[in-house]
Each structure stands twice: as C-alpha cells, then as structure tokens.
Design a protein around this ligand. Structure first.
Ligand code: GDP
Length: 664
C-alpha cells in the first residue's frame, strides 16, 4: 500500500500564520536550538553535494506584487488536497502556493497533502474565498459498504467472506550468500518431492514449483536470492510467506547473509535457517549458529525462536525435516485465502514465446483462476486460452498460492505486476486506457520514493512514522557510531529505522530495498555504482553520500525536525517566439506565439528575452489555443500567452517557460 495515499488522515502541524511557528515548534520539542529562520532557505550544506546551487530563498518579508486577478475566486475544498491539485484548482503556479505556504510557516512540496484548514488559510491569503460545499461531501453509500473488514496476513476480508476462507500453501523464497547452496537446495527439494511430469505438456521453466509433503503443498519460488525477492517487493508484489535462509556450515555468515536477513526482516517475513553443506568435514554448525545468534536469529535449541535445520543438499540429509518445519511455520502463520473471490495475484515471470505468444507465470493469491477468464495485469490483458501447471500439464482451474503459466494474453505483462480477473475484454480495455492516460498525465515521482526533505512533512501528514534508512559505509567500524547517534535522534513520534546497514558500494539491490521500504539511502565514504544510480533516478530514490559523520547526522536531524529546506531548481519547459502582440481591454497584453522548443506550459513562469537579455519575468496567466484554455502547447503549434505584468512585448521576443521543481 502506498503510504502517501493515506496522507491527510492526520492534520498537519497547526497551520499557523506566523512564519516562525512551525520551526519553533519543532525546535521546542528538542529542548530549543539556535537555528533560526536562516536554517531554511538560507545557507546549508549538503553532504558531498556542495556543488548544488543554494535553494532559492524565499524572502521572508516579500509578498508577491499585487496578485493577478484570480480566474476562480470561490473555492470548494476537500478535507485534504495535494499542493499540486490545490494550485490547479486555483489556476496558480504550485511554486507560488509553496511560497505562500512557507510564508505561513509550512514547509510543503508539490506532492504533499495538506488539510482543509491549511488550504483555506493560504487560499484566502491568495485572494480566494473558500465556500462550504452545498451538499454533504460524503455521499451516503452505506448500503454498499461491507460492514466490517477483517485483516488476515495483511489481506482484507469482509465479514461475510470469513466463512469462505481456506488454508493455502505457503509461498517460500530461498535466500542466502552466493555459493551457499540455494540453487542446489531448490533442485534437491524439487527432485525428491516432485513426480516426473506427464508427457505431452510443455517444458518451460515457469519460475515456481510446488511440492507435496504428506498431502500438504508448499510453493517454492525458484529464483533464489534477496535481489529477486526485493525486486518483486519493490514492484508491490509481496508474495513470499516464508524465507529460508541458507548458510553454508563451512563458511558461516557472509555479507549477503546479513543482507538477506535485513531484506526478509524489512518484508516482515518469518525466517527459517537451513545450515547447508553439513556433509563437509570443514562444516561447523555451531559456529554458524553463533554468528546467526549475534544477528538476532537465536536458534530454538539455544532457547531462541529461530528454527535452524542442519541440511545437506548433496546427501539430501534432513531435507524432509526442513520441509516439515516450513509447514509448521505455515501452520502457525495460519495462511488463508478465499478461493471463491474474484481471482487476483501477481505475475512472477513473463515472456514472448514463438509458438504460444505472450505467456506469463501467475501466482494466484485469491480466488480460483479458470481457462476463459479475462486477466488484466498493468496494461496487458487477454482471455486465458490455456493454463499449464509447473510441470507443463494442462490445467483448467488454479487455487490460491499456486503458480500457473497462462497463454492468451495480448501483450507480455511486467513481472511483479499485480493481476486481476475482470468481467470482459472490453472492461479490461477501458481500464488499460485509463491507466495509460494516467501514466501520460503523471508528473509526480514514483509512489515508493521519499526524499529527506519530505520526511518531516510526510510525518506531519501522518503518512510516515519513521525515517527509514539504508546505510552503506566503507568499513564495518563506521556502522555503530553512525547507528547509535542516529538512533538517539528521536523527535516526537518520528524516529530513525535502519532497514539495512552494510559495508561497500551502494548497489541496485540497496535501491530496490529502499523502494520497497520507502527508505532513503545514506552512504558514508562510499560510492554509488552506475546501475544503482540509474535505478535510483528511475525510481525516485534519494541517495545522499557524506564523508563527514557530523554532516550526515546534522542533515538527518534537520530532516526529522522539519528544518531541512526543500531545494528548488529551475526546469526549462520550452521556448516560444512572439509573432504578434494583442492588447485586450481588461485582459491585458497577449502574445501570439509559436512554440519552437519543448512545451509552453500554463502553470509555469515565463521569462521574456530580447536580443539575449531578459526584459521581463512573471507568472503565465493564460495559455490558449484559439479560444480554448489549455494546459500546455507542444513544439510547432501556435498559442496565445498572457504573462503577469508584461506590458512591453514585441514580435521576435523569445518567451522561455520554466517551472521550479524540488531538487532530487
Ligand atoms: P547458490 O549460489 O547459493 O545457488 O549455490 P549453489 O547451489 O550453486 O551451490 C554452490 C556450490 O556448493 C556448488 O558447487 C554445489 O555443488 C555446492 N553445494 C551445494 N550444496 C552442497 C552441500 O550440501 N554439500 C556440499 N558438499 N556442497 C554443496
């Protein structure tokens, strides 16, 4: 669930008209501090990124010159609204709104949800009248609403569904350090517990298999390793119920063992340890257990709660015991699903097959999937033509926790995507259209991402309770001092939570973990590898690197206290040349333009350039194609542009459209 969508359930800090209140409240909670207003917008250092231009400061005393007459003077506001949507509603630039919020002592960014009271104050300051909605805002839909919802393993069920719940097989992922025997273990479990497939089926590897242990089934995902595990989670597919952590008895706990533990913990998945390779003379089970106990996985035999099974993938020793223990943990977790629900689940794998067309392995989560069902996964859909179980045998019904390969989709869906069954292909097409449109309209960063600058505001909006960190350092010895300093930084309800700490370069796997856990990556004396940088950029994950511990701690403290000012940067959206100038009574000067580069954008600022010099700068007041108001105009098209207070416009002037965006 995206934490952002829940924002607004708690009010932001008292919306105060006094510019200093928000800051002083935060300082007050920490027993006072010397940072004054200069802490915002003024000079600040930023770890290693000293080359950044300073944030555009918002002069405290300066109010924008006479407000251009609002095009909408009465507003009806919902209980909560994002800054972006409020700006749209007011037909004003989000930047102006953010500035106004800052003047009111409220740090906000464009994606932030603010409550109605706060929105009312700034809207009124900006010359609007906020009116009460005529009808009750919430429609009466009580008959439709299910009476109670019960949550079982993070799944929601209506009260009348509870009687339909049935136990389902656990879905297991194998994690652990490279070469400790993950693949061997998966192979031996499969070879020992799966009967050979029937002839005539297809022989594709489908990414998961199921074994039968005394009449009970277990589903294994057969892409081992925490990278795949977290990559699925990062895409919203929390499919694993139990993690089996493989530790080689001759090698003990290694860096990826630690990573795997942290990844499983971040996902709140129970861990069973398989201490592998006990057939080797150099095996030292006690040593491995000792190291695991140090990491908080205290074996049951030692009075702890972690099941540790010494196994050998080579000699097949104790494989049955391992499987039995998986079933015990599954039983304790009381894993259930409703086979009668509309089927839904996740895409585990997908490919384009020469003979079969688009194929996908689906893991059914709820409901019973049947041949002929119309499946929708992201923007791919189609009617299931045929289904094959993991052994390649045709099947026509699939129950929860069971992997199945399907054919009949029109397109190859993305692995990790959720799927659902819809009533018809027509309905699927409609939803796909909406999704494509939404993707085109989307200007905000991906939902999982959160930046350090946003943490405080998110906490105030009730969307986060902790600042989740992935910490990478150069040497093991740096972890503890940083960790203990940061753990003491609890401010109000907000505290620092370490999702993962490790030694070495920041990698793609760290980025995926950060996406899956809404975390920020902090590096100390380490570099970021190229793939991680690209992934972080794509997912909107913030990576901050430091080489002075004090700076690192100071920045995080500021973030928790809401003192870390968002940094803005200018983003050029496009250029247009003025071809004709019209003076329209009561409206003002309108420039007839042609867009020559990028886009002309209504909610932007404009700079008028003449002979290479700027002669005017102001908010874009209006943007029209013929007589229609439009949001933007693409290269090659003509449009009419009105700019606040621009009187002296001439043909051949160049108008540059730019927006101010929060620097990532
Ligand atoms: P993965 O990287 O964790 O998937 O590890 P693999 O399954 O590829 O195994 C790495 C190496 O360890 C291979 O050479 C295996 O043959 C060997 N290996 C795996 N399990 C055992 C075991 O139980 N005993 C011994 N002696 N070797 C094993």
């Amino acid at each position: 669930m995206d934490a952002r969508s829940g924002a607004g359930s708690r009010r932001m800090g008292a919306p105060s008209r006094s510019a200093n209140d928000a800051g002083s409240q935060a300082r007050g909670r920490r027993g006072g501090g010397s940072a004054g207003r200069s802490g915002r917008g003024g000079q600040r250092s930023d770890g290693n990124r000293s080359s950044r231009p300073a944030a555009r400061p918002v002069p405290a005393g300066r109010r924008p010159a006479p407000e251009p007459e609002p095009q909408v003077s009465e507003l009806v506001l919902p209980d909560a609204i994002t800054v972006h949507d409020l700006a749209n509603l007011m037909k004003r630039s989000p930047i102006d709104l953010i500035k106004e919020l800052m003047n009111a002592g409220i740090m906000a960014n464009i994606n932030q949800v603010i409550d109605r009271d706060t929105a009312t104050i700034v809207a009124e300051d900006m010359g609007f009248t906020v009116v009460e909605p005529e009808a009750p805002v919430v429609e009466e839909v009580e008959e439709e609403a299910p009476t109670t919802v019960t949550v079982v393993q993070q799944r929601e069920y209506a009260e009348d569904e509870l009687s339909q719940l049935e136990s389902r097989p656990p879905v297991v992922t194998i994690l652990g350090h490279v070469d400790h025997g993950k693949t061997s273990l998966l192979d031996v479990i499969r070879a020992t517990n799966v009967q050979a497939g029937e002839a005539g089926g297809i022989t594709q590897h489908i990414g998961a298999y199921q074994v039968d242990v005394g009449g009970k089934r277990i589903t294994f995902l057969d892409t081992p390793g925490h990278e795949a595990f977290t990559a699925m989670r990062a895409r919203g597919a929390n499919v694993t119920d139990i993690a089996v952590l493989v530790v080689a008895a001759d090698d003990g706990v290694q860096p990826q063992t630690r990573e795997a533990i942290n990844h499983a913990r971040a996902a709140h998945v129970p861990i069973i340890v398989a201490i592998n390779k006990v057939d080797l003379p150099s095996a030292n089970v006690d040593n491995a257990m000792n190291q695991l106990a140090d990491l908080g996985l205290v074996p049951e035999d030692w009075g702890g709660e972690t099941i540790c099974v010494p196994v050998s993938a080579r000699t097949r020793l104790n494989i049955d015991t391992l499987l039995d223990n998986i079933l015990v943990v599954a039983e304790l977790s009381n894993l259930r699903a409703n086979p009668q629900r509309t089927p839904s689940g996740h895409v585990l794998e997908s490919r384009l097959d020469r003979g079969q067309g688009a194929t996908a392995t689906l893991l059914v989560r709820e409901g019973t999937l049947s041949v002929g069902d119309t499946v929708l996964a992201g923007t791919a859909y189609g009617r299931i033509r045929a289904m094959y179980d993991f052994q390649g045998n045709p099947t026509d019904k699939v129950t929860p926790s069971t992997p199945v390969m399907v054919t009949g989709l029109r397109e190859v869906p993305t692995a990790g995507e959720g799927f659902e069954v819809v009533e018809s292909e027509r309905k699927a097409r409609e939803v796909v259209e909406e999704r494509l449109q939404a993707a085109r309209d989307q200007t905000v960063r991906p939902a999982g991402a959160l930046t350090l600058e946003e943490v405080y505001a998110q906490a105030q909006a009730g969307a986060v309770q902790s600042l989740n960190l992935v910490l990478k350092v150069d040497v093991q010895g740096s972890i503890e001092p940083i960790r203990s300093s940061l753990e003491q930084l609890e401010v109000g309800d907000l505290k620092v939570d370490f999702i993962h700490t490790g030694v070495g370069t920041i990698t793609e796997s760290d980025v995926m973990l950060a996406v899956a856990s809404q975390a920020i990556i902090v590096g100390f004396n380490v570099t970021v590898d190229g793939a991680a940088e690209r992934q972080a950029e794509a997912d909107g994950v913030q990576i901050r690197t430091y080489n002075i511990i004090y700076r690192l701690i100071e920045d995080l403290q500021k973030a928790l206290e809401g003192m870390l000012a968002p940094e803005f940067e200018e983003k050029l959206q496009g250029r247009a040349t003025v071809r004709q100038v019209f003076s329209i009574p009561r409206v003002g000067v309108i420039a007839g333009c042609r867009v020559i580069e990028g886009r002309a954008v209504r909610n932007a600022k404009a700079r008028v350039m003449r002979d290479g010099r700027m002669i005017h700068e102001g908010q874009v007041n209006s943007l029209k194609r013929f007589t229609d108001d439009v949001r933007d105009v693409a290269t090659g098209y003509e449009c009419g542009v009105g700019i606040a207070d621009a009187k002296d416009l001439q043909p051949e002037d160049i108008i540059e459209f730019y927006t101010m965006e929060i620097k990532q």
